[in-house]
Write a new protein. Sequence first.
Length: 503
Amino acid sequence: MNLPLTIAMPAEASATPKTYRLLIDGKFVDARDGRTLERNSPGHGFTVSRYAQAGEAEVEAAVTAAHKAFETGPWPRMKAGERAAILLKTADLIEARLEEIARLDVLESGKPIAQARGEIGGAVDIWRYAAALARTLHGETYANLGDAMLGVVLREPIGVVSIITPWNFPFLIVSQKLPFALAAGCTAVVKPSEMTSASTFVLGDILMQAGLPDGVVNILAGLGDDVGAPLVSHPLVEMVSFTGSTRVGKMTMASAANSLKKVSMELGGKNGQIVFPDADLEAAADAAVFGGFFNAGECCNAGSRLIVHEAIADDFLGAVKALTARVTVGDPLDISTKVGAMISSEHLAKVTGYVAAAANDGSSVYSGGKQIASSAGQYLDPTILRGVTEDMAIAREEVFGPVLSVLTFESIEEALRIANNTPYGLSAGVWSASIDTCMSVARNVRSGTVWVNTFMEGYPELPFGGSKQSGLGRELGKRAVEDYTEEKTIQFHRGQRTGWWVG
Ligand code: NAD
């Protein structure tokens, strides 16, 4: 591709950027020191939003409000059905404002509009699923402890939860956490990425409209060091639910260890799709392109390593290259765009740096590899690298850009060794008509999710999370609400107690 891109300016470009205020204890407020952050649209190059910028004072106020709402407010004490009703209303209101939310995520992140609409629709489904789980959450009873005893295990909300999210799926990721925390009866302080906070503030507005009591959800825009770090170390916070890079995840976990907080970590990935000669190669080629370039490769689940059987490598990669040439890169607001802008010029430089280093290490650029000139934003051609070997950084590290690294294998053992040769373990894909092959890969690959003859599908019913350095714990699935609870054991004794200790 590598042609200059012409990007049409949307109406928002000539309007005053919308300012979002912090949500603390049910009110939208400015930062006490009046500081603000600005977000420039990475695809269009204009200031799209301003947020009040939180600091120490706002973290203290937000955590205090969440703590008060937990200790004395109605939310943890109301019937699950009443909480579920508010979650369902929230889902309806998100659906009604789907276009507005999708557009904000597009303008702030550079992702394509058609994809963003799908993400917000998916988020609506998750809020509804969480409402269902709120009503089925229950503990256990033990009537098998002898005639005089009854054991009851309660599942109580854990308390104040800090929710910290990244920029790549701004609305979807907060929706993988917050509805389940709320369903359990927790209260929360949410910190979205400083680059993509707007849609989370719209969610705050929706939650207040849906009837959420004051202080149950507080939202702070701000930087990781100023807001994220104190939200992790604060003594009144009981749990941290973090999605982001493995680097920051490790720092977060170390800080949470000081007060033994519970942590849930959704971190980076270096996922491989393994393609065997007997696969439906047409479908596998399409999935290879989808896995590599969806969300401009800025995706924890990106199938950034294509592990292809040597016998079919040339023909298969020819098909992948031909499909890649048809991927439309361009204006994120154009309905036909498949790959939009990169999140920032710094990130683009990091990605192109990886491509240059891989070429230096001996791989070759089979397709793409160049930045696409545009005066409006930063765009990168979908890139395929051939001749990548396991020892190269590009084969082991998360690049987080539209870059597909191709490795080849001759036996299933070799394919598995390559797939597992990374510190990450988020997801993997296998393509074969043989149930034996698929099962062998699915059972032996070290990852939280394995897709068999499909790639990157997601359902709220299915748990999601990583093994190895891709994370800790699981989101979604039927236990998603339980994650935000603490078990309490109550032992009831009937009649006079026997077996006294002293007598
Ligand atoms: P990041 O780690 O830089 O930031 C994530 C969040 O942490 C942001 O809100 C940031 O402000 C905050 N933060 C930064 N420093 C902090 C600190 N010291 N203490 C507490 N919070 C801090 O990640 P990113 O660049 O925003 O997102 C991309 C990363 O997220 C990739 O590695 C990607 O794989 C990962 N990710 C994982 C999943 C998953 O489900 N496994 C999903 C999406 C993204």
